[in-house]
Design a protein around this ligand. Structure first.
Ligand code: PMP
Length: 400
């Protein structure tokens, strides 16, 4: 049976070169970088410094501006809560409505403690209008947080424009580059970011390790009480094997990601065109052009998203449901438990949309994988529609 992984947006396979780089740090190189009076500690500290340099280079930063965290969730929490705690008198934060929940939910305790938030709407393609950011900034605005790319619908935000506006108005700009880093160019200067979130497992590195870029001079309070690791921003003994793995993945991405994108963008286009030609009443989500390479997301009328994914899995194709990560929300409307907040934000009608599909290709996918998906998906949709009462009604209507 086929074995096609089209869910790289949820995680990527660890590159064998990354595993190789990490292995000694689970074995003989077990030192703690904070205890560097001896050789083993020195080895760990040197590796940590080198890794910081690699991750910094990947995003155009200085090594001292990289703080390693347990992943993107922690980095986003640190960006939002740390900036709020570091603020003297500004108590207003602006985010977009399509941010990951590690940004949206990080606002909940801040609101409870008196911070005000503006949640910006996005357009039909999931894009924030930079002009809306300009209008939302107030004299007491502390931070704007708009993600670089959305995992669910693939849309890339106009972050450079937003960063420029924030800079002009003296407001901090955070961008969550979890879905984009290692795939498309991410440069903290070009974006104008003061804070930027990274996650290793999204670019062929290990899970449980990420980083936040903190522009020199940015006021950010640590969220963990403890030791003085990571420049005082993040207490706790560093995950040295993970950090070494993240750095190896960063080096590989710097050398190869332009080639991956050049190959994946046409494959994504091929899949998009093939779906458009073979499945009626299919609606793509996200921006048609400003999107991650190899990312194709959509929903189909009269075919339930989750069933579609289960049947695809039976054909050896693993993909994601857009609404999967939207259940179990804290502090959000009951209605949100059903429909994905991102799909709602872009105006997908919740009465006819019963779940979306996100196909996200990775560096090892091929044209044959796309051809396989295109050969099985139309029949799966037809099969689901045959079981759907709404499809029967629709056909009756069409027949007069
Ligand atoms: N930000 C974005 C844009 C994401 O897509 C995700 C999920 N991969 C996260 C943050 C959280 O990442 P993690 O669960 O690895 O901490």
């Amino acid at each position: 049976m086929a074995h096609i992984f089209f869910d790289h947006i949820s995680t990527t396979p660890v590159d064998p070169r990354v595993i190789e780089a990490m292995l000694p740090y689970f074995g003989e190189k077990y030192g703690n970088p904070a205890s560097h009076i001896h050789d083993l500690g020195q080895t760990a500290l040197r590796s940590l410094d080198a890794a910081r340099g690699s991750v910094a280079r990947m995003v155009g930063a200085q090594p001292g501006e990289i703080v390693f965290t347990s992943g993107a969730t922690e980095a986003n929490n640190l960006a939002i809560k740390g900036a709020a705690a570091g603020s003297k008198d500004r108590r207003h934060i602006i985010v977009s409505e399509v941010e990951h929940f590690s940004v949206l939910n990080a606002l909940l305790p801040l609101r409870a403690s008196g911070f005000e938030t503006t949640v910006l709407h996005v357009d039909h393609d999931g894009r924030v209008d930079p002009d809306d950011v300009r209008k939302a900034i107030r004299p007491d605005t502390l931070l704007v947080s708009v993600m670089h790319a959305n995992a669910e619908i693939g849309t890339i935000q106009p972050v450079s424009e937003i960063g420029r506006i924030a800079r002009e108005r003296g407001v901090l700009f955070h961008t969550d580059a979890t879905a984009s880093a290692g795939h498309i160019p991410v440069d903290v200067e070009a974006i104008g970011a003061d804070l930027l979130t990274l996650s290793a497992h999204n670019f062929y590195g290990p899970k449980g390790i990420g980083a936040i870029y903190v522009r020199k001079g940015t006021r950010l309070e640590s969220m963990l009480d403890g030791g003085f690791q990571e420049g005082g921003y993040r207490a706790g003994t560093e995950n040295v094997p993970g950090i070494v793995g993240m750095a190896a993945a960063a080096e590989i991405a710097m050398a190869e990601s332009v080639g991956w994108a050049d190959r994946l963008a046409p494959l994504g286009r091929q899949l998009w065109d093939g779906l458009e030609a073979s499945i009626p009443l299919l609606h793509f989500t996200g921006h048609p052009k400003e999107r991650l390479p190899g990312h194709v997301s959509f929903w189909v009328e009269h075919a339930e998203g989750e069933s579609l994914l289960l049947l695809l899995n039976m054909q050896g194709v693993m993909a994601a449901s857009g609404s999967a990560c939207s259940s179990n929300l804290r502090g959000h409307d009951e209605e949100d438990l059903v429909a994905s907040t991102v799909l709602k934000a872009i105006g997908v009608p919740s009465d006819i949309c019963t779940g979306s599909v996100t196909f996200s290709m990775g560096k090892d996918n091929t044209g044959a994988d796309v051809a396989h998906v295109l050969s099985v998906l139309p029949a799966i949709v037809s099969r689901l529609r045959e079981m759907s009462p709404t499809w029967l009604d629709y056909q009756k209507q069409q027949g007069g």
